[in-house]
Design a protein around this ligand. Structure first.
Ligand code: ADP
Length: 613
């Protein structure tokens, strides 16, 4: 009868071992001891069953094999109580320093191991007898007495540790001890009533299973460790973002010189045709480089959750116009017809992050232009107005190379470019759509892709924007060409001061401004600027921000301290990540220009501050 309990327990423990080891757990002292405990239990149960088998098969009680099996069972019992007591000792130990704690446990373990080996030896040499009662064999003798004695001491020691260090033990961790005590009572009572029921091993295996649920939950531990790893990863990510941000700033400065001089060269009247072509190529390559710098910066900001949506009033019509112009430039000479259909019910002024909305739409328009050889691109904007919200539904349909159905999911992975062999001639980084998707998510919009491979694709974006009253006055965005600016002679002879700590930047800006017929003065620090304005009245100041000793912003505030100072100050900076324009304007700067200097933006600034017509 007792054998059935033991066999069940054995099977159960084997399944449990399989489950425990296949699940995986955090490696710490508790789980290590627990592993020893369950394996010990399984070995004990195995010997228990072996003992029964030998007995049933008529092995003589005085045979060496039977003697060995029974003694091993006794040793197992000692091993079990030692491990259990050590476990209770470990969970109740209250030193905080982990290193010290581990060192202490290591010492105790070695000590226990020594004692255990000694006791094992004694158990094997001490005599054993077998007693028959009610047709059941009971091992007896000094080796059995010693075993029970040690087991008793082990259990008492566990209880003592648990009570002494009760403050360090969480209440539910007492459950196995409690189960152990109950088991002891059950064993004594049941064994008296039904002597043929050997319940010891069965009870111990139950305690082992209960213990599993009270050991420091491996999952919780795992989560804690993961959280720690997450914090470290976030720190690394933060460092990466800062690095990229600095790199972007550094790359922009030489890029400013390349584009600036190329722009200036392009306008030279007697430039040979071949050189003009080369200059155009330089400008295109610089644009791509700038796109990459911006892309890498955007993606790292998004990943660091640093990208903010900055809302302002804007004219959607102007934005669609700009987008159409930019797409036409991108299509270039390719035989592609750009069909634009803008819903005329879209309100005149919307409130949203127009820089990001524009970036999203420009990305999919640029892709359409890039991945289409011939045919058409339909750029369509519909609107859905509900209360004060206008849902912009923008679709871009092309007759390009299309995307394989199974690749659509991959589109939005960063650095993922599909069909690489076919697209070797098309420049790109594989960042565009990853950024686009994140931006759309940030603005709570949706992005849908439909495509037939070889035939074409359709990207649809819908974003909700608030409707602003059409009476809102938008920044004057009237665009003028340089010819117009210089024609009337209004700008010619105006004086501009450039403040920048980098000589090359000053050279580029001077070169560009001189084209308008403007008189340019320059200085390389905030202090010099403050000195100069004391004696000279400039019509406009271009101020770099990141300068040693006194930053552009500090210089600007110092300038403003003089109540008579009325010269407009435009910040001209390589600090060009999203949100910077708003930051500088809120500091009080009159306008913002990013490096590399965009010709059109420069035209607008000059028109605004130097064209008095
Ligand atoms: P990039 O254009 O810089 O490679 P994107 O993230 O913008 O990166 O696009 C990822 C990939 O998706 C592209 O490399 C291209 O294979 C595919 N793709 C994007 N838009 C289109 C389109 N309109 N037609 C066909 N393939 C496209």
């Amino acid at each position: 009868m007792g054998a059935y309990f033991t066999i069940c327990s054995f099977v159960y423990i084997l399944i449990f071992i399989f489950f425990f080891f296949s699940k995986g757990s955090v490696v710490n002292t508790e789980t290590k001891i627990y592993k020893v405990l369950i394996i010990t239990t399984a070995i004990g149960l195995f010997f228990d069953i072996l003992g029964y088998a030998l007995y049933i098969n008529g092995y003589p009680l005085n045979s060496f094999l039977y003697f060995l099996v029974v003694k091993t069972e006794l040793v197992y019992f000692v091993a079990w109580t030692f491990t259990f007591a050590f476990y209770i000792y470990v969970i109740s130990y209250n030193k905080k320093n982990i290193e010290e704690k581990l060192e202490h446990f290591r010492k105790i373990f070695h000590y226990l191991l020594g004692v255990f080996v000694l006791i094992t030896f004694i158990i094997y040499i001490l005599p054993i007898e077998f007693n028959f009662a009610n047709n059941v064999v009971f091992p007896m003798g000094s080796s059995v007495t010693l075993t029970y004695l040690i087991a008793g001491v082990g259990i008492l020691f566990s209880i003592f540790c648990a009570i002494k260090n009760r403050k360090n033990i969480i209440l539910f961790k007492y459950t196995p001890l409690f189960a152990m005590a109950v088991s002891m009572v059950v064993i004594v009572v049941v064994q008296r009533l039904f002597p043929d029921l050997f319940l010891v091993n069965f009870c111990l295996s139950i305690v082992v299973v209960i213990l599993y649920f009270t050991i420091e939950n491996p999952d919780i531990k795992l989560i804690k460790e993961l959280n720690l790893a997450k914090v470290q990863a976030e720190k690394a990510n933060q460092a990466k973002t800062e690095f990229l941000s600095n790199m972007s700033h550094e790359i922009r400065t030489p890029l400013n010189a390349i584009t600036g001089f190329a722009e200036a060269l392009k306008d030279e009247k007697d430039l040979p045709e071949k050189a003009r072509d080369d200059v155009n190529d330089i400008l295109m390559a610089s644009d791509s480089l700038l796109e990459i710098v911006n892309g890498v910066l955007d993606i790292s900001k998004i990943e660091a959750n640093k990208l903010e949506i900055i809302n302002n009033n804007y004219s959607p019509y102007k934005m669609f116009n700009d987008l159409t112009t930019l797409t036409k430039v991108r299509i270039g000479e390719k035989p592609i017809e750009l069909i634009v259909k803008i819903d005329e019910t879209i309100p005149k002024v919307l409130y949203g992050d127009h820089t990001r909305v524009k970036q999203v739409i420009l990305n999919i328009l640029t892709n359409a232009a890039k991945y289409t050889k011939e045919g058409h691109i339909i750029f369509k904007v519909d609107s859905l107005i509900k209360g004060d919200i206008c849902r912009l539904i923008v679709s871009v349909e092309d007759t390009g190379i299309g995307i394989k159905r199974d690749k659509i999911d991959k589109l939005f992975d960063k650095f993922e470019r599909l069909d690489k062999d076919r697209n070797t001639t098309i420049e790109g980084t594989g960042l565009g759509l990853a950024i686009t998707k994140k931006l759309v998510q940030l603005m709570h919009g949706q992005l849908v892709v439909q495509s037939i491979y070889g035939k074409g694709s359709k990207f649809t974006v819908s974003i909700d924007q608030k409707i602003a009253p059409s009476t809102v006055i938008l920044e004057d965005t009237m665009e003028v060409s340089r010819e117009e600016l210089t024609k009337g002679g209004e700008v010619i002879g105006k004086s501009v001061l450039i403040v920048d700590d980098n000589k090359l930047n000053i050279k580029v800006a001077t070169r560009l401004l001189e084209d308008y017929g403007i008189t340019v003065d320059s200085c390389m620090s905030g202090a010099e600027c403050l000195e100069k304005v004391k004696y000279i009245k400039y019509d406009l100041i271009f101020m770099d921000d990141m300068m040693p000793r006194m930053s552009g912003t500090e210089t600007f505030h110092k300038l403003k301290e003089d109540p008579n100072f009325s010269t407009p100050v435009v910040v001209l900076t390589a600090n060009a990540i999203a949100g910077m324009e708003e930051k500088y304007l809120s500091e009080g700067f009159d306008s913002y220009l990013s490096k590399p200097i965009e010709r059109k933006a420069l035209d607008n600034v000059i028109n605004k501050y130097l064209n008095n017509e």
